[in-house]
Design a protein. Structure first.
Length: 142
């Protein structure tokens, strides 16, 4: 489901913008349930669902993996904000994990200090996945 775009000598992976529309629907639910004259029997449930949709929409709208010639970065509002310079990377491994829709692929980069940066590749076709893997391996120190 991720989109792959080449930008400024690097690669950017992000979710389609329409997933950010979930936040608009969530906010609409919150506003509806918060009205004083709303005829709602389960107001708390609508508020919870609205809050969850709002958070999910903001997450999908802000999630971005940015790969530049200098570094790799994963960012999502209030969830991820990790960066790794290629010169500080020790190894990169492609990992396959089983998910609901089939196998999910990740590139796990290991930092000199022992930390890891996980780059998701879910939803990319084989050619796009290989392009990202080649880009990362091409930046790793030898």
């Amino acid at each position: 489901m991720l989109n792959l775009v080449e930008a400024g000598g690097g690669l950017v992976l992000s979710y389609p913008l329409w997933l950010g529309a979930l936040s608009i629907f969530g906010i609409a639910l919150l506003v509806y349930a918060a009205r004083p004259k709303a005829v709602v029997t389960r107001r708390w449930a609508i508020l919870v669902v609205g809050a969850m949709l709002t958070w999910a929409g903001i997450y999908f709208a802000t999630f971005k993996v940015t790969l530049t010639p200098e570094s790799g970065r994963v960012y999502a509002f209030l969830d991820y904000d990790a960066r790794l310079d290629w010169q500080d990377a020790v190894s990169a491994t492609v990992v396959q994990r089983q998910g609901k829709g089939g196998p999910n692929y990740f590139i796990v980069l290991t930092h000199k200090t022992g930390g890891e940066l996980e780059l998701p590749l879910k939803g990319l076709n084989d050619a796009e996945r290989q392009r990202v893997i080649a880009y990362v391996y091409g930046r790793m120190p030898r």
